[in-house]
Design a protein around this ligand. Structure first.
Ligand SMILES: [Zn+2]
Length: 440
């Protein structure tokens, strides 16, 4: 299951404050494919050095940089399906003449019908392909139709990889023919009224722990046979149009790049950041849109009149550009950051180390400012586990600076001290995280 938290920053902050262990939460979302939390998937010793890779970091000719900084992490392809030509089926409740019918029906249908054939979609989908023969890539989509349900939804549903009342409901609509019969490109987007509460994986409650989510299940088809059906569930947490389209845009690109629920019985995952285990902690998850929730202050983007999210692009990351696309125009706002030589550091108490930091930008720009902050409290890490200092704060493309870390007390694998490198130029902020632990 891939739940996504409520969209607004204050809601996210509230969720973080309420959660006793966000590190494990993040692991829980990816645990089924990463081999669990705190085990081999996150094991690390004295900081796994990330060697510079000039070939994976070939910048545009008009925007050279040293190319000698650690690579921006990529979202991993895990071998599962992607959706090549999404057919987005919009499902809302209420008979056409019913004044209580979904008030956002026409708006949601228009958005779903249009959004997978826009320049925004082209940016966020580019480069996400499977390994089949012939190779399929996430392409433009179309409307899969509109369903107006006339039955009343229940006050509560539950959903998990093991099943639950929500999947029983979806199956009933498929069986009865109310839903168009799914094929390998179909995504059902189901909008529930605020009166329906949905609990995912036994603990995550709609509009409290998440704002929307996507998943899949193996459905029985009315004509016989079975198909794995991706779906997006949109509880009505906000009456704001922008919140609605931001949530749906987030779930659609994640459904297209990672449609299959991480259930070994029905197949593998598509795209998810699993090799790099630090960035997903800060991104509210490991899928493409999750990774861009935190990375920029400018996460919001508008496609026509619709508010949509920015999403992680492997193509942009591999080129050393802003991985969250659509990015601001390079000519006016180049991407800049500092890349650490290690983003996992393990030190015994009393030990010290120095991490090289390489500043880079993909276009000419004035000096920017670098700071390091202990952000552990926000992410259920171990605050004040080490002291740390930068040897300079004003940098530009090609500057090497140094971060000295002295371990003061234990920080276990499950609760690292999280250091955030924060680069600021004007109102634009970019970040790069480091996890500091003590060996166990
Ligand atoms: Zn997500």
């Amino acid at each position: 299951m891939t739940v996504d938290r409520a969209e607004t920053a204050c809601e996210r902050a509230a969720v973080r404050a309420a959660s006793s262990n966000l590190w494990n939460w993040a692991c829980l979302l990816t645990g089924a494919l990463a081999g669990g939390c705190g085990g081999s998937a996150t094991a690390s010793d004295a900081g796994e050095a990330r060697s510079p890779d000039a070939s994976a970091d070939s910048h545009r000719a008009d925007a050279p940089d040293s190319g000698l900084h650690a690579a921006i992490p990529l979202v991993d392809y895990l071998g599962g399906p992607i959706i090549a030509s999404p057919k987005v089926v919009t499902v809302t409740y209420g008979a056409d003449a019913d004044p209580g019918a979904d008030p956002k029906r026409a708006f949601a249908e228009a958005f779903d019908d249009a959004i997978t054939s826009t320049p925004w979609w082209d940016d966020v989908r580019a480069g996400y392909c499977d390994n089949g023969t012939p190779r399929k890539c996430v392409g433009r989509g179309t409307s899969g139709g509109h369903v107006h349900l006339t039955d009343s939804p229940a006050a509560a549903y539950d959903d998990s990889p093991a099943g639950g009342s929500l999947r029983t409901l979806l199956q009933s609509y498929i069986t009865s023919g109310l839903f168009p019969t799914p094929d390998s490109d179909t995504i059902y987007v189901v909008f529930f009224p605020r009166t329906s509460m949905i609990t995912v994986d036994g603990y995550a409650v709609s509009c409290q722990q998440f704002g929307a989510y996507h998943a899949s299940f193996e459905a029985a088809l009315p004509g016989g046979g079975r198909a794995v059906v991706p779906y997006v569930i949109v509880p009505r947490c906000s009456s704001n149009d922008g919140d609605l389209t931001a949530s749906v845009s987030h779930e659609l690109i994640e459904s297209a790049t990672d449609p299959v629920d991480p259930d070994p019985a029905i197949g593998g995952n598509g795209y998810s950041m699993t090799t790099d285990t630090v960035w997903p902690v800060f991104g509210d998850g490991s899928e493409v849109a999750d990774l861009c929730i935190w990375a920029n202050e400018s996460e919001a983007y508008t496609e026509g009149s619709y508010a949509v999210v920015r999403s992680w692009s492997n193509l942009a990351a591999a080129g050393g550009h802003d991985p969250c696309v659509p990015a601001p125009a390079l000519a006016t706002r180049p991407y800049f950051n500092v890349a650490p030589s290690a983003e996992r550091v393990s030190l015994r108490v009393g030990q010290a180390t120095t991490v090289d930091l390489d500043a880079f930008s993909d276009g000419p720009m004035p000096d920017w400012t670098v700071a390091a902050e202990d952000v552990s409290p926000t992410y259920a890490g171990t605050a004040n586990a080490a002291t740390f200092a930068l040897d300079r704060t004003a940098v530009n493309d090609g500057t090497r600076l140094h971060l000295t870390i002295v371990m003061a007390r234990a920080a276990p694998e499950a609760h690292p001290m999280f250091l955030m490198l924060i680069s600021t130029s004007g109102t634009t902020i970019h970040r790069w995280p480091i996890a500091v632990t003590t060996p166990e």
